[in-house]
Design a protein around this ligand. Structure first.
Ligand code: NAI
Length: 264
């Protein structure tokens, strides 16, 4: 297989969560591979920084400040693309709460962003690809939490398990139209998400800090590669699934996780 299978020249990608971490690294790498990249996120300043990184290297970025839970706004942004070959639905939040303390509000918030936000992005992209008869690639962001479980991961893991089910289901429904759908399930990646805490309660914050320090220590001890991941480690998985290099791959979960989990 020629290296040119990774060449995205002439293609257009839409990346959610592009203002930070894995989404930013993916947007930048897809642009480096030649794609025009539409960057969506609820953080407009982060989007500007991502656009600057892309433009500094001669790439093309279009920005869509939006919340992925706003279905109509997301659909409008996707439909504004002149063409769409790649959707990378990456936006998400971390959440940790023990099962017995999990509230309906916790569940709603995490499912709204981490599952419904991905679903809406996939629906908008697949509809546009079908309408324009584009043989596209959709990449969703699951998590190693689906493989390993862990205390506090009820809402987060449930949303990511739903993303895996969405990925497999959609792959079976649009494969004959030439659209591939795959998930990436990273292990522990060093990003602003794993450094900061999205939740308000200070006690919960402290608990999360301890849990994260523990996870990181564990990861460096037990992972075969002996380190945590970097956003670029995941971006390369996104590029592979977005490109023709993965032309015979659909409905799969790719795990850039340093070997910390090795499911069948
Ligand atoms: P991050 O916090 O650095 O980036 C997430 C981005 O999503 C941010 O720019 C944020 O503004 C955006 N976002 C969050 N909610 C949004 C909403 N409602 N609408 C629009 N944008 C929204 O986090 P990171 O680590 O880069 O995570 C990206 C994805 O990777 C997430 O889906 C996360 O669950 C997943 N992931 C991360 C892992 C890690 O260890 N960092 C491991 C496994 C999966």
């Amino acid at each position: 297989m020629a290296v040119s299978a990774y060449d995205l020249t002439g293609r257009t990608a839409f990346v959610t969560g592009a203002a930070s971490g894995i989404g930013r690294a993916s947007a930048v790498l897809l642009a480096q591979a030649g794609a025009t990249v539409h960057c969506a996120d609820r953080d407009p300043h982060g989007l500007d920084e991502t656009a600057a990184l892309i433009k500094d290297e001669g790439g093309t970025a279009h920005l869509h400040p939006l919340d992925v839970t706003d279905r109509a706004r997301l659909q409008q942004a996707v439909e504004s693309c002149e063409r769409l070959d790649i959707m990378a639905a990456i936006a998400g939040i971390m959440h940790s709460s023990p099962v017995l303390e999990t509230t309906e509000a916790d569940l709603d918030r995490v499912l709204d962003i981490n599952f419904k936000g991905v679903l809406y992005a996939c629906q908008a992209a697949a509809r546009l690809m079908l309408a324009r008869q584009v043989r596209g690639s959709i990449v969703t962001m699951a998590s190693g939490a689906v493989d390993t479980g862990g205390p506090g991961l009820l809402c987060y893991g449930a949303a990511k398990a739903a993303v895996v089910q969405l990925t497999k289901t959609l792959a079976t429904e649009v494969g004959r139209d030439g659209i591939r759908v795959n998930a990436v399930a990273p292990g522990w990646i060093r990003t602003p998400m794993t450094n900061r805490h999205d939740d308000e309660a200070q006690t919960q914050r402290q608990a999360q800090t301890q849990a994260q320090a523990h996870t990181e220590a564990l990861m460096t001890r037990i992972a075969p590669l002996g380190r945590v991941g970097e956003p670029e480690d995941v971006a390369h998985a996104v590029l592979y699934l977005a490109s023709d290099a993965s032309a015979f791959t659909t409905g799969q979960i790719l795990r850039p996780n340093g070997g910390v989990a090795m499911p069948w």
